[in-house]
Design a protein around this ligand. Structure first.
Ligand code: GUN
Ligand code: ZN
Length: 429
């Protein structure tokens, strides 16, 4: 059904700046859930004037957030106090992920996971599943009914974990291929070949991962890289002839524009150069990196003009401590301040929307409020809490309003979330 969403409309561009701003704006949504028109509400074209209006007054109407790295089977295990990444994986994470062998458990969890994303204003995601095929099936099924843009895959891991979360190179590749053929391109779903990381995938599994990526048209690849000191030392032991961590993946054809690597905190010059040349992306996960004591990823270092690396930002729940992309932007700001770089709020909102859409190769359909894209929208209330309300009274500019929201906001600031034009959370105005 056609509808018009009204409010202060703001959207961002690839140059990481505000691209659209209508103080009294409107987003007109067509019968397919796509944006038919966007502009000043007073100039709404004739064809939309009889459509129902969902009026959010002076609240902000923005493109929905895109989480570029999150773990579905960790949806309830936030705040697990590991000593470091490897201890956290071993003691808390692998046992929790083992539960997702059960299709019924995974189906109930998928519903809870998606409603958690929507209540935090997230409308699209690149997610890890567990090693179990049933887990990926549950998440794809739930995402299809919500008509959301979901990129995910069955995690492949054939060593250095408990048996309940291990596959083999052959079963991992076969199940990945089966899932790709059923789900890739169904609704708004996309498949990502998902070797967990070099510690839990043998050479044989990494080799098959590279072959899958090359042979499955349109598939993405996601994994982890260079997150913690203990992890890097273990990778060196496992792959003694590789030049460095990046070279491990590079040797198996896993770098490229469709490859998305979480963390990349400790990449050296040579590695950053290979990321830049190959068009591979690094996803910054600040709440996870500080929580697990992994390190402070530097955006200015990775963006060095001599060899710029494409960057995204993400929650990394359950290593990350919040589902909120507002909190994630706020923590990105703080981590970058510790690196001597002061990001603009508009820059971080752009990274969390259109930037991540590009990293995930879904920007033709989402990530900004442009005509023709799906109406994936978050409505933010800059006065949602007493602290935000008091601070908002001092705001002098849109940048200032966005800045206060990312430092002080969380799911309480999310007044409504629309996925392909359908309200999935909150009030319709
Ligand atoms: N490296 C390998 N697996 C994981 C995971 O589940 N979370 C994080 N943060 N890092 C990882
Ligand atoms: Zn992760």
């Amino acid at each position: 059904m056609k509808k018009v969403i009204r409010g202060e409309v703001v959207s961002f561009g690839e140059d990481l700046r505000v691209a659209l701003h209508f103080e009294k704006g409107a987003v007109a949504v067509d019968e397919r859930g796509r944006i038919g028109w966007v502009g000043e509400a007073a100039k709404l074209p004739e064809g939309w004037r009889s459509a129902p209006v969902e009026d959010h007054g002076s609240k902000l109407v923005l493109p929905g957030f895109i989480d570029a790295h999150i773990h579905f089977p960790q949806y309830r295990m936030l705040a697990a106090p590991g000593k470091d990444l490897l201890d956290w994986l071993r003691r808390f994470t692998f046992p929790e992920e083992a539960r997702y062998a059960d299709a019924g458990y995974a189906a109930a969890a998928a519903e809870a996971f998606l409603s958690r994303l929507f209540s935090h204003g997230t409308t699209a995601a690149l997610a890890f599943c567990s090693v179990h095929k049933a887990c990926a099936e549950a998440l794809f099924t739930a995402a299809t009914s919500a008509n959301m843009a979901l990129v995910t895959g069955k995690t492949m891991m054939d060593r250095n974990a408990i048996p309940a979360v291990q596959d083999t190179p052959e079963t991992g590749a076969r199940e990945s291929e089966e899932l790709y053929h059923v789900w890739h391109g169904k609704g708004r779903n996309r498949y990502a070949v998902t070797p967990r990381f070099a510690i839990t995938s043998s050479e044989a599994q990494l080799k098959l991962s590279g072959e899958l990526l090359a042979s499955l048209p349109g598939a993405l690849m996601q994994t982890h890289i260079s997150e913690s000191a203990g992890e890097i030392a273990f990778v060196k032991e496992l792959f003694p002839t590789s030049k460095d961590y990046t070279d491990v993946y590079d040797r198996f054809g896993l770098l490229g524009p469709r490859s998305i690597f979480a963390h990349g905190i400790h990449l050296n010059e040579r590695e950053a150069k290979r990321f830049s040349e190959s068009g591979s992306s690094v996803i910054h996960c600040p709440t996870s990196n500080t929580f697990l004591g992994s390190g402070l990823m530097s955006m200015p270092y990775l963006r060095d003009r001599a060899r710029p690396v494409s960057l995204g930002i993400a929650t990394d729940v359950g290593g990350g401590t919040s589902y909120s992309m507002l909190q994630t932007m706020g923590e990105t700001y703080k981590v970058q301040m510790l690196n001597g770089y002061k990001p603009q709020a508009a820059e971080l909102f752009a990274m969390a929307t259109i930037g991540n859409a590009h990293r995930l190769h879904i920007a033709t359909d989402t990530g900004s409020l442009d005509s023709g894209k799906f109406a994936d929208v978050v409505v933010l209330d800059p006065e949602a809490t007493p602290v935000l309300k008091a601070r908002h009274a001092l705001s002098q500019s849109l940048e200032d309003v966005l800045f206060a929201l990312m430092i002080l906001g969380d799911d309480r600031a999310v007044a409504a979330t629309y996925v392909a034009g359908a309200c999935r959370h909150g009030r319709t105005g």
